[in-house]
Design a protein around this ligand. Structure first.
Ligand SMILES: Nc1ncnc2c1ncn2[C@@H]1O[C@H](COP(=O)(O)OP(=O)(O)OP(=O)(O)O)[C@@H](O)[C@H]1O
Ligand SMILES: Cc1ncsc1CCO
Ligand SMILES: [Mg+2]
Length: 281
């Protein structure tokens, strides 16, 4: 057993699986309202992921509706996947209001390194204090270095582990929990680093699984806003478990999409406790 030297150690050494189950149970009881300002590709999978987990999604993105609606949301997910100049003001208005009201919000910097417009928009949003930033390896590296990448667009050309230092420095600079998805999902506050080892490679062959897990993180952070790192690791692990269970029934990406949603809906305590694999890295 490690020495209990740091003040954060008791949480660091927690038993992750029971904690993840506790959060999923809370989510199912409370059904948090998650406002999603997200890309056109992801809307269906994101809403269905939130519903099957037990949360309540609302894809409400018009700037005119933010003053009335955002105060009712329990958390907000902002995703720049199909960004255009007329969407950015609504994203910023929602982020600003969420921060002012103390509501957790989560940023998905899709293809952050693909263009100057997108990178600057993401950097501006990072400056508006998201509670969590979740991207793939290439996105987190581009954001951390504030530079354009030779990226494949929305897909990653890096392993998540390649982005470890970038994730830590982005977390330190922004004050956000930073999560990097991949074979091992990395979650860090800049000091602590945790790995979520669930999931199957075929999840990369379904568009917007990353977007969907970012929204799931928003739902988990809504039920435990004071422990955003633990909530983020739990969401990533549980989504990965749904992928593993779904893969047992799937014939390819299209049927995995369906079985993943069914599996997320059906995850019970025994399955979660036996499958969740969250470790200190
Ligand atoms: N090699 C892998 N093995 C297991 N799980 C994986 C692997 N790669 C990705 N995943 C899982 O797939 C999900 C999506 O991660 P990915 O890194 O593909 O996101 P993304 O690139 O942002 O996706 P998108 O832009 O399509 O939404 C995450 O839950 C992640 O844990
Ligand atoms: C394919 C695609 N293009 C812009 S957003 C998106 C969904 C996955 O990020
Ligand atoms: Mg993505």
């Amino acid at each position: 057993m490690r020495a209990l030297s740091m003040e954060s150690e008791p949480i660091f050494q927690q038993d992750w699986a029971p904690r993840a189950w506790n959060l999923l149970s809370k989510l199912r009881d409370q059904s948090p309202l998650v406002q999603c300002i997200t890309n056109f590709v992801s809307m269906d999978l994101m809403a269905n992921t939130l519903l099957s987990a037990g949360a309540s999604p609302a894809m409400i993105h018009s700037i005119e509706e933010i003053p009335d609606f955002t105060p009712h949301a329990h958390s907000i997910c902002i995703n720049v996947g199909t960004l255009s100049p007329n969407w950015l003001p609504a994203m910023k208005a929602a982020a600003k209001l969420a921060t002012k009201l103390g509501k957790p919000w989560v940023l998905d910097p899709v293809a952050a390194g693909a263009s100057g417009f997108r990178l600057n928009a993401c950097l501006e949003l990072v400056g508006m204090k998201p509670n969590v930033i979740r991207g793939n390896g290439s996105e987190i590296i581009a954001l951390s270095k504030a530079s354009l990448g030779v990226s494949k667009g929305v897909d990653s050309s890096h392993e998540s582990m390649d982005a470890m230092e970038a994730a830590k420095s982005l977390a330190k600079a922004s004050g956000a929990i930073v999560a990097v998805s991949g074979a091992v999902d990395i979650i860090t506050d800049g000091n602590r680093v945790v790995g979520a080892h669930n999931g199957v490679p075929m999840m990369q062959k379904i568009t917007a699984t990353g977007c969907a897990v970012t929204a799931l993180i928003a739902a988990f952070v809504a039920v435990d806003p004071l422990h955003a790192l633990e909530a983020t690791a739990s969401a990533l692990s549980i989504f990965g478990i749904a992928g593993e269970l779904g893969m047992d029934m799937a014939k390819g990406p299209a049927s995995l999409r369906m079985h993943l949603i069914d599996s997320l809906y059906g995850i019970d305590q025994a399955v979660l406790l036996s499958r969740a694999k969250i470790t200190t890295l």
